[in-house]
Design a protein around this ligand. Structure first.
Ligand code: HEM
Length: 402
């Protein structure tokens, strides 16, 4: 019998079982079918994510995965992606990240809170009226999509397009097992549409600056020594990184919580545990399931030698359940302290939107706790997981009863 692929293993197992299957293969092991290394131990993951010898420029990996794809078809995609902070190393990386960090202050996040609350309230009212909740569409997609649209001042009638384009780019990023010319045409179209949209928006903001993220990028562009193409790439990065990930993580967290009735009961009694709860739920079922890097030079990691050009896939499932780092790693413990899970990455590329994502989830879960004492999974409609790619997993459907 042939060994299942990592994707098949992820699809056919619970997060807990998937983590253990990988851990059983070692702290670090070569996965021939994927032609990459897999990391399952916390310390090794940390070393790699803080080691400048491991590059974020994953272009060679993508290209090696595309033997059947005419690369000419995805030139716009590569042009946008290659300048994103998440694909950059020092020195270009520093200013590409810092300019966004500046535009993403606590103050600009606080400004989004009323909108997030209103979105949740509107959705709650709608769900109560129709007497049902389909969590994916009603909350998990809606909240980040409206929040990000506001962040970039995207008009309501264009938001669906934005959702599709960013979703499409995320899937492509995630290390699909095969890339066809059709996939290439689609993702290139998404990248090019996003690029043209932001180019138009930049012209508008130059003439009439507003109090939004893009205006801040334009204002600080010269001080950080960035050109317009780089600004556009960072804007697209924020949009792409912040949409599907938040949708997925929100669903994964809610599902895990609903599967732990005693934890749920305690949280409903003591909502003050919400931040701990979200950290713990993120740990148990991460939406970004692999973080990957490429070795620039030969490197010794544990007992293995990773050769220059080798790709390393860090399993967040396995690392987040490393027994050396977490006591009772498979239990959902509301009082867990020092929860250093890597669901938002680690080191210099730690997720820039983690605060926003956590705020969106926090406000949503608190409202659910307050409004629905009997919230549970709808036993008549089975939840359906959605595995976009090797690196991203969430839910397709998550019906709740209340
Ligand atoms: C729950 C939702 C989210 C999850 C699970 C998540 C996860 C991650 C992870 C694992 C990384 C590290 C990638 C790497 O090291 O290769 C990352 C980076 C990043 N995330 Fe998030 N993210 C989420 C939400 C957001 C949001 C809402 C935004 C922005 C609006 C955002 C923006 C970014 C950016 C810009 C980076 C790149 C940082 C860098 O390269 O320095 N993320 N995210």
């Amino acid at each position: 019998m042939t060994q299942p692929s990592l994707m098949e293993m992820k699809i056919n197992n619970t997060p807990e079982d998937f983590a253990h299957l990988l851990q059983d293969m070692g702290n670090i092991f070569w996965w021939p079918a994927g032609n990459f290394w897999v990391i399952t131990a916390y310390d090794v993951a940390k070393d790699i994510l803080t080691n400048p010898n491991f590059s974020c420029d994953r272009t060679p990996f993508f290209v090696s995965r595309m033997p059947n794809l005419n690369l000419e078809l995805i030139q716009d995609f590569f042009a946008v992606v290659s300048k994103m902070m998440v694909m950059s190393d020092y020195p270009e990386f520093t200013n590409r990240r810092r300019i966004c960090y500046d535009g993403f202050s606590n103050q600009s996040l606080d400004k989004l809170v009323p909108l997030i609350k209103t979105t949740i309230q509107n959705q709650l009212a709608r769900c109560k009226k129709v007497n049902q909740i389909e969590f994916v569409a009603d909350f998990a997609k809606m909240i980040p999509s409206i929040t990000l649209a506001e962040f970039f001042s995207i008009p309501g009638n264009e938001r669906e397009d934005f959702y599709c384009w960013s979703n499409n780019m995320t899937q492509f990023f995630g290390g699909a097992s095969s890339y066809t010319n059709e996939d290439g045409v689609e993702v290139n179209n998404s990248a090019s549409k996003l690029k043209n949209y932001f180019r138009g928006l930049i012209e508008q903001r130059k003439n009439l600056p507003q109090n939004d993220f893009l205006s801040i990028l334009i204002q600080h562009k010269d001080a950080f020594g960035l050109n317009e193409e780089e600004i556009i790439s960072q804007a697209i990065m924020m949009l792409v990184a912040g949409q599907v990930t938040t949708t997925d993580q929100m669903c994964n967290n809610l599902y895990t919580l609903m599967c732990h009735q005693e934890v749920k009961a305690k949280l409903w009694q003591e909502p003050g545990y919400i931040d701990n709860a979200l950290d713990e739920l993120n740990r148990l079922d991460p939406a970004v399931t692999f973080i990957f890097r490429v070795a620039k030079e030969d490197a010794k990691v544990g007992l293995e030698t990773i050769k220059a050009g080798d790709v390393v896939f860090i399993s967040t499932h396995a690392v987040n359940r490393d027994p050396k780092q977490f006591d009772h790693p498979d239990e959902c413990i509301l009082t867990r302290t020092n929860n250093k899970q890597i669901s938002y990455g680690y080191g210099g590329h730690y997720c820039l939107g983690a605060k926003l994502a956590k705020q969106e989830m926090r406000l949503c879960f608190l409202e659910l706790i307050q409004n629905f004492p009997k919230l549970s999974i709808d036993i008549n409609i089975a939840p359906v997981r959605k595995h976009h790619s090797l690196a991203f997993s969430g839910f397709e459907r998550l019906a709740l009863s209340f």
